[in-house]
Design a protein around this ligand. Structure first.
Ligand code: 0PR
Length: 390
């Protein structure tokens, strides 16, 4: 137990304590974190973030420049997702972005509809959103490519449905749901359609530019009302930095709360948080400005090359296989012969921070991962599989 001292310690003493405590944490630079969607922030992002720590987007009248920079960041994210005139905010992460989307869907419906149709692969933040908003999440099974099954989705939509959610880059396997088909269902029934591209939003546009065959998933698809896209995942931004983009102002205004008394002048909040980080939004602005499409294309291209190395390596190990051919830099490793939970347990004992889903291990090849890390991991994976009798 730690009590608050009467007299504080000198900075040096606190920093010594801090350094020693922090040693327990995993670090991205060790290459051991292979199951996270976050990464080491870009050096330039650290610098910009430090400069802007006091900026509060909750009181936009005091921080007009910060507010404008947030809107410019939204414009750049919008142009990445085929809608430079999108409305939205840099928020705390994908969870908040998904909550905002379903909040808007519920408010816009103005009736007793309360069911949300989403794939079973949807991120748990949608369960949280539904729970908070008094909505019921109905989960649709997947097809053999781990995408939401369209026939099932169609059957699940009823007069109680308020929204459909599709995922562009699922948490487990990076699958992209059939966004066009879902959009058609949403348009036919007059439903709100949200796309969770928290991870894929910073990957798919660059894959397309790199010549990969990428399905439309963004505002090019007519029924898409909002998109989640997170800079603190593949965008190299420091935590917290999520993104929510709405197709039009009315959608964003549907979740507005008036705050008339602020020091900078009355305003409307269209986020959950009141006081919120200007540093995060400005850092996203700075990174998008600095890296541009070319910079992010380089990051994504490198992650995909390493993903291919990992895939080749897995294919050469008897006893394990790929859960599916990866679409993004997310790889699922499974086995017909071995208990994959035992494999994951052994890898974790060896110091590898991999994720474990019900039938597969997930590796996310983030920008902090190097070729040497992949080679080392493959050696340990092979050793583990052989030891467990694969
Ligand atoms: N939507 C999708 C598709 C996601 O994968 C995630 C998070 C979210 C929304 C929610 O985003 P926030 O966590 O920013 O609110 N996916 C990661 C995951 O569950 C979150 C994460 C990241 C977990 C790093 C652990 C970790 O070390 O894997």
């Amino acid at each position: 137990m730690v009590k608050l001292f009467e007299k504080g310690l000198p900075e040096k003493a606190v920093l010594r304590k801090l350094e020693s405590k922090l040693k327990q944490d995993f670090t991205y630079s060790s290459g051991r974190i292979l199951g996270s969607m976050c990464t080491r922030p870009h050096e330039f992002a650290r610098y910009v973030h430090m400069k802007c720590l006091e900026k509060n987007l909750g009181d936009p009248g005091l921080f007009c420049a910060a507010t404008q920079l947030e809107q410019e960041a939204i414009g750049m994210l919008g142009s990445l997702l085929s809608h430079p005139k999108a409305y939205g905010h840099i928020v705390s992460g994908g969870t908040e972005a998904n909550i905002l989307a379903l909040w808007a869907a519920r408010n816009l419906a103005k009736n007793k509809r309360h069911e949300v149709v989403a794939p079973v692969s949807a991120h748990c933040s949608l369960d949280k959103a539904a729970n908070l908003l008094g909505l019921k999440l109905i989960k649709v099974k997947l097809n053999d490519r781990f995408q939401m099954d369209i026939k099932e989705a169609e059957k699940t939509v009823t007069e109680k449905t308020v929204a459909i959610v599709g995922v562009a880059g699922t948490t487990g396997l990076g699958a992209v749901d059939p966004i066009h088909e879902l959009s058609e269902i949403a348009l036919a029934h007059g439903l709100y359609f949200h796309v969770d591209a928290a991870f894929g939003g910073f990957v798919l546009p660059f894959l397309e530019e790199l010549g990969f065959n990428v399905p439309d998933f963004d505002f090019r698809v007519p029924g898409v009302c909002s998109v989640t896209v997170d800079p603190h995942k593949m965008g190299l931004a420091p935590i917290p930095a999520g993104g929510i983009l709405f197709r039009n102002e009315e959608m964003m205004r549907s979740i507005s709360t008036s705050v008339p008394y602020l020091a900078g002048g009355g305003t409307d909040h269209t986020t959950i948080l009141g006081t919120r980080s200007g540093a995060s939004a400005i850092t996203v602005w700075g990174l998008l400005m600095h890296l541009g499409r070319q910079g992010y294309r380089g990051v994504v291209g490198r992650c995909m090359r390493l993903t291919s190395k990992l895939v080749e390596g897995i294919r050469q190990i008897n006893g394990i296989s790929l859960k599916t051919i990866p679409t993004l830099n997310i790889v699922g490793i499974t086995s017909n012969e071995l208990d994959i939970e035992l494999v994951a347990g052994e890898l974790r004992r060896m110091g590898w921070a991999v994720s474990l889903f019900s039938s597969y291990i997930r590796v996310v090849v983030m920008p902090h991962v190097r070729l040497s890390h992949i080679e080392h991991f493959l050696e340990d994976l092979k050793g583990t599989v052989e030891k467990l009798g694969g």
